[in-house]
Write a protein that binds this ligand. Sequence first.
Ligand SMILES: Cc1cc2nc3c(=O)[nH]c(=O)nc-3n(C[C@H](O)[C@H](O)[C@H](O)COP(=O)(O)OP(=O)(O)OC[C@H]3O[C@@H](n4cnc5c(N)ncnc54)[C@H](O)[C@@H]3O)c2cc1C
Length: 321
Amino acid sequence: MNCFRILLFCSDRAKLPNLMQACKNMADKVHPASIMLLVAGVDAKVTALQLLESGVDEIIAVEIQEETVFSETISAILEQVIRKYNIQILLMLHTPFETEVAARVSTKLDAGCITNCLSISGDTDTLFAEKMLYGGVVTGTYAMKYPAVCTLHENICRDKWSGIVQQQAKVLIEDAEPRTVRKKVVQRRPIEKAVDLKNAERIVAIGRGLSKKEDLPLVEELSKALSAQLGCSRPLVEDYKWLKLERQVGLTGTTVAPKLYLAIGISGQIQHVVGIKDAQVVVAINNNKNAPIFEVADYGIVGDLYEAIPHLKELAQTRTY
Ligand SMILES: Cc1cc2nc3c(=O)[nH]c(=O)nc-3n(C[C@H](O)[C@H](O)[C@H](O)COP(=O)(O)OP(=O)(O)OC[C@H]3O[C@@H](n4cnc5c(N)ncnc54)[C@H](O)[C@@H]3O)c2cc1C
């Protein structure tokens, strides 16, 4: 294979350095590659010029007149670009939008698609992509022929690329093939999102140890006293419907990195614990001294949460946070 090409697409420009760094880390394990970036939108050419020093070798700019860029449009452009430039790998972050794009592009190309990859390696013929299986209990490695489509797990996209640019990217202008747009935006409504667990400094998380919904204020008061955000384990969202998904911590919830994570009545199953491994200090309250949460906790209280919470709240109220 003469020229091995990796194409990046990132719907959130602020996250491009993260995708870039993950790509650089992986490119070495695959094949010496030329890194290309697709920029598509109303001001694609202007955007491309702003990204000349983003670390990629070439930027493909495709101007489209759609104010809202749908996954159908991006997928069609990516298919066109991948075919024309003989791209081997399409790499994207793992977001709902990019995941949809990945599925569409791989279907159009009849290419392999692995989402939420933990690592990628390969040789000139085959790409190996590793991802978590069975809720994170094991990892599996998939082999794919090129072209291949991958989205990357957020854990491997934490660092931002900040390398020195030897040469500015070359900009290639492409026209999008005409397409019938079948969707249109009829109304825009802001998403109400008061909960931001990802950036919370302190989180008080409650699990199935809580006996009933009526007891939630007990935990909310402690959380308030600690100026913390309220989080929870999955059963409280999925089974009991006491709290919304935005409060769920873990594999299928949010991955958090607070200074303090207080896990109350949470057993500490792997799917929960993977979401808190970047927490600086983990404190657990559980009435079962053998609960797995104590294996990851820095401090533990073996006891009844109904006894511990009022004491902690009282203590918290004597301090300012
Ligand atoms: C694909 C998949 C994805 C998943 N994703 C997630 C995820 O993102 N997040 C998540 O949380 N889970 C997730 N799960 C579910 C996960 O496997 C566990 O079932 C879940 O985390 C258990 O929640 P829990 O610890 O609150 O409940 P339990 O496991 O029932 O634990 C309750 C704990 O409370 C303690 N307790 C009971 N009463 C008291 C009391 N009075 N005082 C003190 N302690 C008490 C018990 O000793 C026990 O340890 C996922 C599962 C799968 C299969």
